[in-house]
Design a protein around this ligand. Sequence first.
Ligand code: SF4
Length: 272
Amino acid sequence: MFTEPQNPGITVSDILLYINCPRKAYFVSRGFELFPEVNVSRLERMLLKELSLTYPEIIKQCSLNADNLCKELEVTLAQICIDLPLLFPRELAGVGRGICDEAEARARAKIPEIATNLLRAVEEYGKEPMLAALTPIKTEPFLSSEKLNLKGVPSKLVCFEGAQVPSILKPGNCPDQGVWASDRLHAAALVLLLEAGDGKEVPFAFVEYVSFGLLRKVIIRSSDRREVIQICRRVEKIKAGLMPEREEEKFCKECNFVEQCTSEPSLMSKFF
Ligand code: SF4
């Protein structure tokens, strides 16, 4: 007797890769390493993400003016540089002193802007609402939905205006207003997962642009949910072996898979 083939499980990271480039999702599903090594930019992003986790404590304790905030953030960053190898021993094994120093210097250079933006937000929205939006009630909780065949781990869940909502930390650039389309879909995927737990509607999420100290609230629309569900179905097919058509992406130049991607189409891809 034959059993039905199981759909390969998908993760929110698969969705993010797909949004970045469907072919990247294919290569990673075939076991290729996405980041073969930690470079300065990646390490800088890791430092800034860790730093952002300390914002609530710093805002709570510090008498809020730009100088104090900068000083606190600098002291905290120095400590994070010491602690980071303990948090990510495998990723950071073999990363040279030069890379660490440059990444730290770049992260440090962002602190004045982070402090200014945090301070401005506290003044505009009030300390308590800002703390509510930044303080995790759960850090990196595992969420899953059988219906969507999807799993994911938001950076944190926060409790804001009585609702438990996901918050994601983004170390890249920040749009002038709102959030990037890819971040909106990331947030929507996590909202769908959170709703799968207790069935309660989660109307919004937060996106924290950690290199700038900016927090953005994003209302999740039906069109976002629809798009996430469609991507889930496409990623399932990719994980089952479908190689998507190659489209020249703006990320191609710095992509690790350019060699595999530009070689002759594989036999497998001809079958699908
Ligand atoms: S080389 Fe370009 S198309 Fe190919 S996987 Fe990388 S980003 Fe995608």
